[in-house]
Design a protein around this ligand. Structure first.
Ligand code: DLZ
Length: 158
């Protein structure tokens, strides 16, 4: 399971941050609606826990579009949380979209020095994605985790 070895006490650490002065963008693709709604809710819950002053939600069509949107948002926000859901199908599209999103977001973060929370699920099937989406009964809450990671990185570098 991908949760093995993950940091603990994240919620307590986030609450202790209390960053009213931060501006954060949640950037979400639009594929796989139910899972994506879980990721967005998780990110917004984390924003509340950390008492972030400004949290804007920006939507793009697919995960392939995340890097270019993140590039623009990274100039205006203290952190960007990139959320996507890519599910393996019968074509090589999965690999291309995953690779483009991962490499693109990494490049944006390094080029702009803006922390980007990586909340792009790359799953074999829908059940695996649901299990990571912070929905009722899910084992993991990747939207919350991605938000926490980016904001904690902002705090670590301040
Ligand atoms: C085309 C495509 C496919 C097959 N699968 C997904 C997916 O599982 N998740 C996702 O976020 N986007 C997918 N896309 C759309 C691409 O990301 C992109 O939006 C289109 O190729 C148009 O540029």
């Amino acid at each position: 399971m991908s949760k093995h070895g993950a940091p603990t006490n994240t919620a307590e650490e986030l609450k202790a941050l209390d960053r009213k002065n931060l501006k954060v963008a949640i950037l979400a693709a639009s594929w796989h609606e139910t899972v994506m709604n879980g990721l967005i809710n998780g990110a917004q819950r984390a924003a509340k826990d950390a008492n972030i002053g400004t949290v804007d939600l920006v939507r793009v069509p697919g995960s392939f579009e995340l890097p270019v949107a993140a590039r623009v948002l990274a100039e205006k926000y203290d952190a960007v949380i990139a959320l996507g859901v890519v599910i393996r199908g019968g074509t090589p599209h999965f690999d291309y979209v995953c690779q483009a999103a991962t490499m693109g977001l990494t490049q944006v973060s390094l080029d702009t020095r803006t922390p980007i929370g990586f909340g792009v699920l790359t799953c074999d099937d829908e059940a695996q994605a649901v299990d990571r989406a912070g929905l009722e009964g899910s084992a993991e809450d990747k939207g919350y985790e991605a938000f926490s990671a980016a904001v904690m990185t902002v705090a670590a570098l301040a």
